[in-house]
Design a protein around this ligand. Structure first.
Ligand code: HEM
Length: 469
């Protein structure tokens, strides 16, 4: 059941969870600080963690406080300042409680083993950015609408921890937008459209955006994004009370070769014989949406009304003549394609709350085409890294089989994020909706540069920082 944030019975629950998990913080600039404590200084690090949630103006906000400040912004344009949330790695817990195995049997093995041990076909660990390699103890995300205030906050944090902890890497993120104000990723496509929705007001917004009658229940939507909170939340094993909850965060710095991708997109259009406005469909068949967000399953061309928010669609599982089976959004969210799942809702249990932001500098009009130093800071919250992120990245995106799906034939990797051998397998319709296909290959233009698995602890844990072991 979606949550009503105005219902006071939900206040306690929402006050115990960090912000950003159930709803994005919404700020356009972030500083992602990878921090490690110095040996022997655990007591000061614990006191610092506690200070982050103490008092009215505590930098780390609960979900409830985040919703309250969202409402103040919406109604009165009152700016509530920098938003912060913190995440702890398995080495962070081991450091805090001075016990290497403190996480064993507390968290799922995937988190305890860490991203370095994950079978994701990622580049050699030595090539990852320093400090962003699963060894940092904490990831503190600071987010602000104003870049200069964010810089000040960053300095404040550095000063506050000086002596007992150090910032081992700083990665800034800055959102980019198209002319219509929709958030983009660097290849030029609107991103962040399809998300699990946890609140009643979000479901109401979805109805309006997708032209669904106000009386239609979510179960009757073509695609129902309504999600239960346990899709992303689990009991915080280091907090006492039953409803102290946290969430696993996957962080991946994904560099994008924009020049390479855009050139390959143009070449693909030529190979498929797509000309004029239809050439845009080549990219749409890689991503599953046109640049403006229009789903290629719904339309042969871009430009649908509300394109940047449309999400109420499903795939015809027998057919890839509109949206290819290998398209990024079809691989990563199968909707009704799943095999052995007579219930459409089953595909939803893999969905993550995506909270990524772009990084790197571009020309204001995005006319430049960098080959490096720009990309996506992919971030997702989930209840299980093994059963959500890793299923999507490893079993689906990195796999040439259309695994778990109908049909089960080989369709190639996800051509945006799939890592591994790229055989020319994916089929593309030369005419939208007609099943005659061609299968040119497509190279890889996204490179993993670093990452980690973290846990966003409950507010109760941060107030005490005492393990219940
Ligand atoms: C540089 C890397 C990436 C780029 C350029 C990219 C781009 C996009 C775009 C343009 C969309 C469509 C907008 C939307 O439906 O929200 C999308 C959706 C999505 N992406 Fe990515 N993405 C990247 C990385 C990833 C990774 C690493 C994952 C997970 C392993 C992922 C999972 C998803 C999912 C689940 C959706 C929503 C699909 C749906 O519900 O229809 N993406 N991405």
């Amino acid at each position: 059941m979606a949550i009503n944030q105005f219902d006071l019975r939900n206040k306690e629950l929402l006050s115990g969870i960090q912000g950003n998990i159930l709803k994005p913080h919404g700020r356009h600039h972030t500083a992602n600080l990878f921090i490690s404590g110095i040996d022997g200084r655990q007591a000061e690090v614990k006191a610092w963690l506690q200070s982050l949630v103490e008092g009215e103006d505590a930098p780390i906000r609960s979900c409830y406080a985040q919703l309250r400040s969202n409402a103040l912004w919406k109604d009165k344009k009152i700016d509530s300042g920098t938003f912060a949330c913190i995440h702890i790695s398995k080495s962070g817990y081991a450091y805090l409680f001075e016990r290497a195995d403190v996480c064993a049997n507390k968290f799922e093995p995937t988190y305890v083993n860490g991203i370095k041990e994950a079978d994701l076909n990622d580049p050699e660990f030595e090539t990852w950015d320093a400090g962003m390699n699963d060894s940092a103890h904490f990831l503190l995300i600071l987010a602000d609408a104003k870049p200069e205030r964010l810089t000040r906050q960053m300095t404040d944090v550095q000063n506050a921890i000086g002596g007992f902890a150090e910032v081992v890497a700083v990665q800034t993120g800055d959102a980019i937008f198209n002319k219509e104000g929709a958030g983009l990723e660097h290849f030029g496509y609107v991103d962040g459209i399809s998300q699990p929705l946890f609140f009643e007001d979000e479901i109401d917004g979805y109805r309006i955006q997708n032209n669904i009658s106000p009386t239609t229940p979510p179960e009757d939507f073509i695609f129902n994004p309504a999600a239960e909170i346990d899709l992303v939340l689990l009991k915080d094993p280091f907090a006492e009370s039953e409803n102290a909850m946290g969430s696993f965060l996957v962080f991946r710095k994904l560099e994008q070769n924009v020049k390479g991708f855009k050139k390959a997109e143009e070449d693909l259009a030529k190979k498929l014989g797509l000309t004029g406005d239809d050439a845009e469909r080549a990219g749409a068949m890689l991503v599953g949406r046109f640049e403006d967000g229009t789903p290629v399953e719904l339309s042969a061309e871009a430009g649908l009304i509300n394109s940047a928010v449309l999400n109420n669609f499903d795939y015809d599982f027998k057919d890839e003549s509109k949206c290819p089976y290998h398209a990024h959004i079809r691989k990563t969210n199968p909707r009704s394609d799943l095999v052995n799942s007579p219930i459409k809702e089953d595909a939803k249990k893999f969905i993550m709350a995506r909270r990524g932001i772009t990084y790197g500098k571009r020309e204001a009009d995005l006319s430049d085409r960098p080959t490096k130093d720009v990309g996506l800071l992919f971030m997702s919250y989930q209840k299980s890294i093994a059963h959500q992120f890793e299923v999507i990245q490893q079993r689906w995106a990195n796999n040439e089989d259309f695994i778990n799906r109908k049909p089960s034939n080989k369709v190639g990797l996800d051509l945006v994020i799939g890592q591994g051998e790229r055989k020319p397998l994916g089929a593309y319709a030369q005419v939208w909706g007609q099943p005659d296909t061609k299968q040119p290959g497509f190279e890889q233009f996204v490179t993993m540069k670093g990452g980690g698995y973290f846990f966003a602890p409950s507010i109760e844990f941060l107030k005490n920082v005492n393990p219940i072991i």
